[in-house]
Design a protein. Structure first.
Length: 300
């Protein structure tokens, strides 16, 4: 049976170089499970691997979609499963999937409930409603259409509230009726590795990477994307802080600090999510010996 090696961890922990080394060692391509690196217009702010890194190992799902396209964890699940069954991948005994998008990882490993695609016009109308009427109006509508999901949802998270409404209105059924929360069987074995560092070290790496992004041209990249700032793809750390700078809400220096602090916060969120899953094996990213021993013990 084929092996899927999942290597994840918080942003900035050092996944890229480790995965390149492992991919070369076991003869595997790399499947990116980063929900933002998939967009071709967002390269600097999402820390896409360099051209030389991309040339070292075949990568999938980097820069293959436009920010104007609707994409979701459910589509990612379908696309990855199709890729794994494709002829180039079928010949591989083990495949590396790496990235930090929690829902994308869970979609591939556990499956995601089958839900209808959302009409783009409906999405835009609900976002406009949110902008005009606020979250309370959306919550009141959700409580009527799906009281079960209304009781469960984080009522401060407008994206989850809007998504629940989208599914209700598209399908004519409560969003909660689609959520089975039962893992799907997979035709491959899964080994999950999560990387972590001391918090001070991780934050220092994040802060250094943010300054490197600025030096590489992140401000100009964000300025080019500013006209599309309402798109969900751009509701992302690194871009939304610079949009605030363009709007005159803060200085550039303040925006940079906000990017660093919000990235720290996102890294903590990722770690909290991963720690809830007892199937992860935890390693420091420089413990290559320990990681390879874990792979050998699991037949990789």
């Amino acid at each position: 049976m084929k092996n899927l090696l999942v290597i994840t961890g918080p942003t900035g922990v050092g996944k890229t170089e480790l995965c390149l080394s492992l991919a070369e060692s076991i003869g595997s391509p790399i499947i990116s499970c980063d929900s933002r690196q998939i967009y071709c217009e967002m390269t600097i702010g999402t820390a896409v691997p360099t051209q030389s890194q991309l040339e070292r190992i075949k990568h999938y799902f980097i820069g293959v979609r436009s920010i104007n396209e609707y994409y979701s964890a459910a589509r990612f699940e379908s696309d990855v499963l199709e890729l794994i069954e494709s002829r180039p991948i079928q010949k591989k005994d083990s495949i590396i999937m790496t990235g930090g998008s929690m829902l994308y990882i869970d979609a591939v490993c556990n499956g995601i409930d089958d839900m209808p695609d959302v009409d783009e016009d409906l999405r835009k109308s609900l976002i406009a409603q949110y902008d005009e009427e606020g979250l309370d109006s959306m919550l009141a509508q959700l409580e009527i259409l799906d009281p079960d999901y209304y009781r469960q949802v984080d009522r401060k998270n407008h994206k989850r509230v809007i998504h629940g409404l989208e599914i209700c209105l598209m399908s004519g059924r409560p969003f909660s009726s689609f959520r089975k929360d039962k893992p799907k069987e997979r035709p491959f074995k899964i080994l999950k590795i999560c990387l972590d560092r001391e918090r001070v070290d991780l934050y220092s790496r994040i802060d250094t990477r943010v300054h490197k992004m600025i030096d590489l041209g992140l401000v100009e990249e964000a300025r080019n994307l500013y006209p599309f700032r309402s798109l969900n793809a751009l509701n992302t750390v690194g871009y939304k802080e610079l949009f605030a700078y363009f709007d005159g809400i803060c200085s550039l220096d303040e925006a940079i600090v906000n990017i660093q602090n919000n990235t720290h916060k996102y890294a903590r969120k990722q770690l909290t999510w991963f720690r809830k899953d007892p199937s992860y094996h935890w390693f420091h990213p420089e413990d290559l010996t320990g990681i390879k021993r874990c792979l050998n013990e699991n037949g990789i």
